[in-house]
Design a protein around this ligand. Sequence first.
Ligand SMILES: [Zn+2]
Length: 401
Amino acid sequence: MRRFLVLAALAAAAAAAPAQAPGAEDLLPAKVAQYAQAVESVRGHKFDRAVPATEIDAARLKETLRSKLAESFPASPEETKRTLVGIGMIEDTPNLVDRLVDFYGTQVIAFYDPEPRRFFVVRGAAATLDGEALEGAAEKLIYTHELTHALQDQNLDLDRRIKALKDDGDRALALQCLLEGEATLVMIKAALADLPGADESVEEQIAPLLTAGSLEKANAPKDVPAYFTEQLFFPYAEGTDYVRRTVKKGGWAAVDRLWASPPTSSAEILHPEDPPFAPATNLLPRPETMGPEGARFLYADTLGEWGLRFLLRRGLPSPEADAAAAGWRGDRVAFFAAKGDAIAYVWRIRMDTPEAAGRLLEALARSRKTNASARPEAARREGVDLVVTSGMPGPGGSTGR
Ligand SMILES: [Zn+2]
């Protein structure tokens, strides 16, 4: 669910752009070369090859976003939406895809696309923000950020990697945190390289301002479910903190090690003080066989501590929700389309202790008083696991309860 790779954002940074811009198309390769060098000097890695760049207009941007969005959904857009409504992540939202495309469209000024491995600048995107074209400091921020993604791609083969995580949204989110965090930090350091005397303390002050999340969240449109906006901003804000801590501790060599073995869960991003752990696997073996009679298996996914926390927060104050979600050690949910379009699901969540599973059970029940799932839901603890079901057959199901 949360695999949509928006590689841009930073609209707010560009709004501060000073004036004057020559017609861009001819200048693109020269600019890309110039800013690629800035990225190399911060990051200490060379590009293997020049990054091809193209200008696109707003209409083509929307087409691109629409097709990437459709690709990123685990089922059809309509069915994906119904599963999210079913489990209580979002309200039923008419024209969700259109709203998302419009929203993402406003966030994008330039982006790097790992398929077809090309850097795109949106014609007139900055101009629509403040009446002036993209230039100067803001241009450097955006180019260095996006070109860092190109550098990552040359080393990480992003398209393949992201597609391989298609059925593990939480792991995909953790990878996003690394990618966006690194790109944002390189961008900040490249900008600071232009300021004589700028040191660590300046970075401390400026980093929170330049992580798109904190700037843009306030402008998030009301007609897009918070699930999508918060998921979009999380890798910029928390991911940047994560990568900054990593660089502070071990330099860029430590980020090279993350390239070789990226974070495996949002829990790893949320709890930097805890030793990393491997999330539990095989929590729902053969999910496609588990559905109720006559139902169609839609997809299985991992919602992660981020997803669990988000769901609980819809019915509980954040501190309570976050405390109940801490201790996450893995989860797996499977969704089915049952008769009459109803969504059925089974969700198994592994916690670190039976006590944590008990606390989660209790918190979920309280949260459901204000944010019920679409159909009757049953939840029970099995040792360190919580099993949550709706519309499922058998003794574990909620049917008939
Ligand atoms: Zn990015």
